[in-house]
Design a protein around this ligand. Structure first.
Ligand code: ASP
Length: 324
C-alpha cells in the first residue's frame, strides 16, 4: 500500500514538474542583481530583461541584493529554488574574481549554476573626479606615484569588477591608494561626481554618459581599441601604459538544478533580446559590447566562467589581494 502511494506520489510529482516547465513562466520572475540600483549590472539587467519579459509573457522583476562585492546576492540566488522563478545577473567579479578573494565563498562559479547566457561585454575605463589635478593618463600616473597615500579609490566591494580591476591596476602601477567600498559603482559614481572620492576603474556602461557630459574625467580605456562612444578617450596603450588591458562582462545565470527546458526558454529569450534593435541600441549607446551568437549560448558562458576563474586567480594572488 505504502509502495503504491509512494509510486503514485512520484508520478504526480513528475507530472507536476513537467506541466510546470511546459507552462513556464506562469508568474513573474525575479532577477537578483547583486549591486545597488543604477550601477552597470543593474542597468544591463534592466535593458535585457525588458525584451525578455515580453518574449516570456511574464514580467522579470529586478531585486537589488547588494553586499560583499556581489557575493551576498549571488549566494542567495544560487540557493533559491531552481524553478526558473529566481535568476540572477552575475559578472566577471562574482563569477570570475570572487573565488580568489573569498576562501569561504558559499558557491563555486564553475559548478553551482545553470548558465543562461552572456548579456554584454563591458570595457574598463579609468575615471577620476572632475577636479583631479591631472589632465591625461601620464599626469595621472605621476600624481598617483607621488601622492598615493592621499588618493582614494572607489570600488563596489571586494571581488567586484571595480575592485579586482582596481587592485590589478594598483599592482601594475605599484601604488597603494586608500580603497573605499560602496554597494555598487552607481553610488560610487555619485561620489565621484560630487568630488568626494578620487578615482576608479569602472565598466563603461556606468561612466560613459558622465564622461560625455564632462562631469568626470576619463584618462584611458583598457581595451586594444577605442570605444565608438568615447572616441576621444585613448586606449591605455596609446596613453603609454603597457600591461593594463582588461574588460568585464555581465551574464545571466540560474540556480544549478533549474530544469533544462526552463533554461532553454530563458536562454532563447535572452538571445532574442540581444537581437532586438532597441536592446542593441541601448547597450551600444552606453559602450556595451553585444556578444556574438556563438558567445551567447549557455555552453559558451560555462567555458567563459571557467577561463575567467583561471585567469583572475593568479592575477589577484600576485597582487596580494584578500578579502580584507
Ligand atoms: N557591477 C557592479 C555594479 O553594478 C560594480 C562592480 O562590479 O564593480 O555596481
Amino acid at each position: 500500500m505504502k509502495t503504491i502511494a509512494l509510486a503514485l506520489a512520484a508520478v504526480a510529482g513528475l507530472a507536476a514538474t513537467g506541466a510546470q516547465a511546459q507552462g513556464y513562466p506562469t508568474r513573474p520572475i525575479t532577477m537578483i542583481v547583486p549591486f545597488a540600483a543604477g550601477g552597470p549590472t543593474d542597468v544591463i539587467a534592466r535593458i535585457v530583461t525588458d525584451h525578455m519579459s515580453r518574449t516570456l509573457g511574464q514580467q522579470i522583476v529586478i531585486e537589488n541584493v547588494a553586499g560583499a562585492g556581489g557575493t551576498t546576492g549571488i549566494t542567495r540566488a544560487a540557493q533559491s529554488q531552481a524553478d526558473g522563478y529566481t535568476i540572477m545577473m552575475g559578472h566577471m567579479g562574482t563569477h570570475g574574481a570572487a573565488p580568489a578573494l573569498y576562501p569561504n565563498l558559499k558557491y563555486d562559479p564553475t559548478k553551482d549554476f545553470a548558465p543562461i547566457g552572456l548579456a554584454a561585454g563591458t570595457p574598463i575605463v579609468i575615471v577620476a573626479k572632475k577636479d583631479f589635478p591631472a589632465n591625461d593618463l601620464k599626469g595621472f600616473l605621476e600624481y598617483l606615484k607621488t601622492n598615493s597615500d592621499k588618493v582614494n579609490m572607489a570600488h563596489a566591494g571586494v571581488g567586484s569588477v571595480s575592485h579586482s580591476t582596481g587592485i590589478f591596476f594598483n599592482s601594475v602601477i605599484k601604488v597603494k591608494p586608500t580603497m573605499v567600498a560602496y554597494r555598487g559603482t552607481g553610488p560610487a559614481l555619485n561620489d565621484l561626481m560630487a568630488n568626494t572620492v578620487d578615482f576608479m576603474t569602472d565598466q563603461i556602461v556606468n561612466v560613459a554618459p558622465q564622461i560625455q557630459g564632462n562631469n568626470i574625467k576619463a584618462f584611458a580605456i583598457a581595451t586594444p581599441e577605442r570605444s565608438p562612444v568615447l572616441p576621444n578617450v585613448p586606449t591605455t596603450k596609446e596613453a603609454g601604459l603597457e600591461g593594463y588591458e582588461v574588460s568585464a562582462w555581465n551574464a545571466v545565470f540560474a540556480p544549478k538544478a533549474t530544469p533544462p527546458d526552463v533554461v532553454k526558454k530563458l536562454s532563447d529569450a535572452l538571445m532574442k533580446s540581444l537581437d532586438d534593435e532597441n536592446t542593441k541600441k541601448r547597450l551600444l549607446d552606453l559602450g556595451g559590447v553585444i556578444p556574438s551568437n556563438a558567445e551567447r549560448t549557455p555552453e559558451a558562458l560555462q567555458k567563459l566562467v571557467e577561463s575567467e576563474v583561471a585567469r583572475w586567480t593568479p592575477v589577484l594572488k600576485a597582487a596580494g589581494a584578500t578579502a580584507e
